[in-house]
Structures are given as C-alpha cells and as structure tokens.
Write a protein that binds this ligand. Structure first.
Ligand code: ASP
Ligand code: MG
Length: 435
C-alpha cells in the first residue's frame, strides 16, 4: 500500500494538531504527506500582498506580527532540540516577506509571498518528525510541480521526479500542497484550496493505492452543514458524483482533485483529523447505487446570460458562434438550456462579461441576471425511472426556479435559483429527499 495523505490548514493549525498528524501518518504509513499552510496563514499572506501593493506598512507589520506569534507558539509547543533551527527558519521566512514587500513586483512578489505558508509549515513539521525519531525528508514541491503557459501541470515531470520516492518505503516524505513553478521557472500556485489537487497529482504520479484528504469534518455530507440542519456523512460515493459535488460547491474538496485519481482508479478517502477512527467518505469506482438521491450542493456567484434571437429558429451553427465567444474569453459555461428562439447560459466569473456581452449582442438581444446559485442534486437518476424529477420539484414547489438542467448524465439534476432562496432550497431538498 503506497498512500498519499494530505492535511488541510486546521489539521496542522497548532502544535497539538501537528502531533495528531504525525501519529496518523505513522499509523497509515504515508509515503508522501502533503501539507497546507497552518490555518489563517494564506489569508494573512494575501492581505500582506494587497497591503504591499497599496504601500500600507501598518497592515503588513500587523499581519507579520500575528503570524510570528502563531508560528512561535506552534514551534515552542512542538520542538525541543530543533526549536532554534525552526525559529531561525521562521525568521528567515519573515525577512524574505519583508524584503519582497519593500521591492514589490506585482506578480512575482505576490506568488513568492503567498507560497511561504506551505514552505514554513512543511519545514517545521519535518523537523518534528525527525526529532521524534521518524526518518523524514521535506521535498520542495516547486522543483517538480511545474505548470505550462496554460497553467496545466506536467504529469510526466512529476512521475520522473517522484520515482525515487515511490521506491523508498523507509522514509516519510513531506511536501507542500498548493505551490508549484510556472513555465518561467518562477514560484507560483495552483489556486486557493489547491493542496487537495497537489495530493491527487502526486498520488497519481507514484501510482498510490490511496489518496487521503484529511480535514476537520467527517467526510462529504449529503447537504451543506453550514446552511442545513440534519445532514449526515456519505460513506461511499462515485468519482463522478464527487466531481459534481466539489464543482458545485461542496467545500471539502477542491474540484480538480478527482480527475487524476479517477484516471488511475485511485480511491480518494475524506477523513477527519479530529476523529481519525470515523469512517469518512470513500470516493471510488463503486458507490452506493441503491439510492436515487445521494447529495446536494450549491454554488453561488452565478450570472445568467440569456440570448434571444429569431435567427436561431431552424438554424444550425448558432450555438457554435455563441460558444466561440466564451472560448475566446476563456470563460467556462456551467449550465445551458435552449428553446427554439433563445438560449440561457450561466457563468461563475464576471471577469470578461462586458466583452462577452458586446460580442453576443451581434447575435441577438441579451439579458443579464446576477446573484444566482446553482443547486445540484446528485444520485442515480436512471432515465428509465419515473417520478424522480417530480420528487425534486415537489420538495421545492415554493421556490421560483430560473433554469433546469437534467438528462446530461444519469448522475445529476441542476437548478438555478436566486441566491437569497438558497438556504430554503437546500433545507427543503433535505426535508423532501433525505429524511
Ligand atoms: N493554503 C492554501 C489556501 O489556503 C492552499 C490550501 O489550503 O489548499 O488556499
Ligand atoms: Mg481545502
């Protein structure tokens, strides 16, 4: 069994938690342990970056003081012989951050500063493993996690770099999640929450038997516990369902995580650091196929674009023209519905909306609506089964529905609603489909 284990910010958020993590990785015999930065670090570093751009020295000082406090407390609670070494390392990190803020270069300094959380956390944790008699080596992820001009990761390079790791069962390897190098060789990252994706890529690269994602909640729940009462963890789930849920708002997993593991048939376990014996969720090729409705998730910040055009009537090639405009502005489309004279699309980014609308206006009349949420119900909805959609809509009969997407896969039904109706929609679906 070759396992890759990833721990989120809360899991490594204090000396006590890091000690738990060490116990877990020893017990699981983790080959690679991928770490996020201690909780709150990346947010603070992002704040330092904006403050540096605005030349707001007092915010920079403030955040560095906060982080110094946090890491000093952790180091003092964790280390003894290696304490001074860790404190020196921490000091060097904050010196580097200060230097970058005073010679601030927009892209490069920003990326360099944001990477420091994972670098420092993994260094401290490796010192702890070595101090407690566990042979451990800290890898430098930007050496082998390399992206091309499009931001895609070079898988062959990771495989090659990690081959010696795959062949060495006697060492615990620690690596930073989230960070990478870009095509120019500069330090960069995979986007917020990207540590899960790092672990999936490393797991796929070494042909791991399992990738475990450790957080502070007991697996993927059937609905969003932040908004809904009486949710429960799901024990088994398919790769496709997990991918839909992660994409449509389940915060526990970064949406890119599933694909590398699905490609190599590597099960992904979602586990709780605070309760290691709880079963968590297993995501694999097999799922609990007895249930029509498995889980619900919601994604906010959705904008609808409606295109009305008589030119669509009986025409072919119209949708191609529409899609090409989105492609040109590298804007992914989430949902789509069509009628004979209109098409509605949703996007989760307003970044190029003005340019997109200007182009679309050449094709028809455009309407824009902001502040919507996609609510996605996943499960096993065979197209031969009657009454499943009816059950979904019966549970939310009081909610105005703006768009419906059903039939693309046997796995999901998505609806679009105003975000202000989200909580009620999630609760009604929970009461109607899961109780
Ligand atoms: N530390 C990074 C973040 O907060 C990456 C991660 O935790 O996955 O976004
Ligand atoms: Mg995360």
């Amino acid at each position: 069994m070759t396992k890759v284990l990833k721990f989120g910010g809360t899991s490594v958020g204090s000396a006590a938690n890091m000690k738990r993590v060490a116990e877990i990785i020893r017990h699981e015999k983790a080959r690679i342990t991928v770490l996020s930065a201690m909780s709150g670090t990346t947010d603070a570093l992002v704040r330092i970056v904006t403050a540096a751009a605005e030349k707001d020295q007092s915010t920079i000082d403030d955040r560095i003081a906060m982080l110094t406090d946090k890491y000093t407390t952790c180091i003092e609670g964790l280390l003894d012989q290696h304490k001074q070494e860790a404190l020196n390392r921490m000091q060097a990190t904050f010196d580097l951050i200060r230097t970058e803020t005073s010679n601030f270069r927009e892209y490069t300094s920003e990326r360099k500063i944001i990477a420091q959380g994972e670098l420092l956390t993994s260094a401290i944790f490796t010192l702890y493993l070595n101090e407690t008699g566990t042979k451990a080596v800290c890898l430098n992820s930007p050496d082998f996690m390399v992206t091309d001009q499009e931001g895609k990761v070079d898988m062959a390079r990771i495989c090659k770099a990690l081959a010696p790791v795959a062949a060495d069962p006697d060492t615990f390897y620690v690596a930073q999640g989230f960070i990478c190098s870009n095509y120019k060789g500069e330090i960069d990252n995979l986007g917020r929450g990207g540590s899960d994706y790092s672990a999936a890529l490393m797991g796929a690269a070494i042909g791991a038997s399992e990738v475990q994602i450790w957080t502070d909640i007991d697996g993927m729940h059937n609905n969003d516990p932040r908004f809904v009462e009486h949710t429960y963890p799901i024990r088994n789930m398919s790769f496709d369902e997990a991918a839909e849920l992660a994409y449509f708002g389940a915060k526990i997993l970064h949406p890119a995580t599933i694909q590398p593991c699905k490609d190599k048939c590597i099960p992904v376990l979602l586990k709780n650091t605070m309760d290691p014996h709880a079963p968590g969720t297993t995501i694999s090729n097999c799922d609990d196929n007895s249930k029509s409705f498995h889980a619900v998730a919601a994604k906010d910040g959705i904008t609808v674009i409606r295109i009305h055009s008589a030119r669509m009537l009986m025409a072919y090639g119209f949708l191609r023209k529409v899609f090409e405009i989105f492609e040109q502005y590298r804007t992914p489309i989430d949902m789509i519905t069509t009628s004979e004279v209109a098409v509605s699309l949703t996007v989760d980014s307003d970044k190029h909306l003005d340019e997109i609308v200007a182009e679309l206006e050449k094709l028809g009349t455009i309407e824009i609506e902001r502040n919507n949420s996609i609510v996605c119900v996943v499960g096993r909805m065979e197209h031969g089964d009657a009454g499943l959609a009816a059950r979904v809509f019966e549970s939310i009969r009081k909610i105005p529905i703006k768009m419906i997407s059903y039939g693309a896969s046997h796995r999901s039904l998505a609806i679009l609603i105003a975000t202000e109706q989200k909580k009620q929609t999630l609760q009604s679906l929970n009461d109607g489909l899961f109780q």
